[in-house]
Ligand binder design. Sequence first.
Ligand SMILES: *Cc1c(COP(=O)(O)O)cnc(C)c1O
Length: 363
Amino acid sequence: MAGRVRPAVEAMPSYRPGKGAAQAEAEHGIVNAIKLASNETPWPPVEAVVEAVRDAASGVNRYADHRATKLRSELAGWLGVDAEMVTAGPGSAGLLQQLCLTFVDAGDEVAFPWRSFEVYPVYTQLMEGQAVRVPLAGWSVDLDALAAAVGPRTKLVFIATPNNPTGTAVTTDQLGRFLDKIPKDVIVAVDEAYREFNDPSHGNPVADLVPDHPNVVVLRTFSKAHGLAGLRVGYGVAQAPLISDIDKTMAPFAVNALAQAGAVAAIGADEEIRTRVAMLTSERVRLVGDLRADGHELPDPHGNFVWLPLGDRTNSVYLGLERRGVVTRPFSGEGIRVTVGSADENDRFRATLAEVLEEPAGS
Ligand SMILES: *Cc1c(COP(=O)(O)O)cnc(C)c1O
């Protein structure tokens, strides 16, 4: 033991990232493994992003712009809001942590549907906050139950839509009714990490909720649809006073120079990225159709991943897939989350899944 670790940290699980293909190959003595475990895009970033990052590399002897001024202003123009309504962070996970740093004291409650994104309880615990997990109804977020779980100690609510890992979504109409039921001084973070893959008919929280709700912050990221997961850059949109409070907790130069340059270039390459997103959403439709044809029951997915509720079979199916070089994300006793990849990867996943399920149990 080195030093006297805070009990809150000692009790925390270490963050468990999705397993990489190389690690699975080494563990199982296989080759050609594919990673469908972290909801990344299957292709390298668009050329404009690679070029911008390469150019920015020659300036990394200098600190980046702490406030990411250019990125914020490009984001504001892109989203049609004032620049004071936008912040950027080291991934939207970084902004989730800043929200906890900004609002959660020891004993304060943070409410969120469960199961959902794994960092919500971790960052809550880091602040010695009290996580209030509101069970999903089926595989969907239960906004009535969530509203009922908000009490006088609740400071913060996290709602992922589409939800990770189940892929279900709520509409901005539903979120509006939820907001009407809870106190105005409870901050509600609408986590739209998968917005680009979502059905546009579900609404746009930036336009539909932020103008009338000073307590709403919408979080988005360049990690998923834009293919910049390795750069670490996400953003938040809210009314100006909330943004300036969140900004106080930003680590110095949190969004590095390469990430800022890459994100600005990604905004400029919006058309090209939309084309890729359209390819992935049509692959998702195809994959879901195929899986249902194979007899699987799964909720309608709205992100770049599908949720296979496998219950007790989860761990054995996960391991069977991994031994055959298909790495997915297991949630023990509940199901596996599988990223929609390229057409070849999706075909391989489907074929491998069928093979694994034909095995006698326990082999
Ligand atoms: C992937 C993900 C994020 C965070 O991604 P960053 O890479 O930190 O931007 C946030 N929320 C959900 C629900 C996610 O799945």
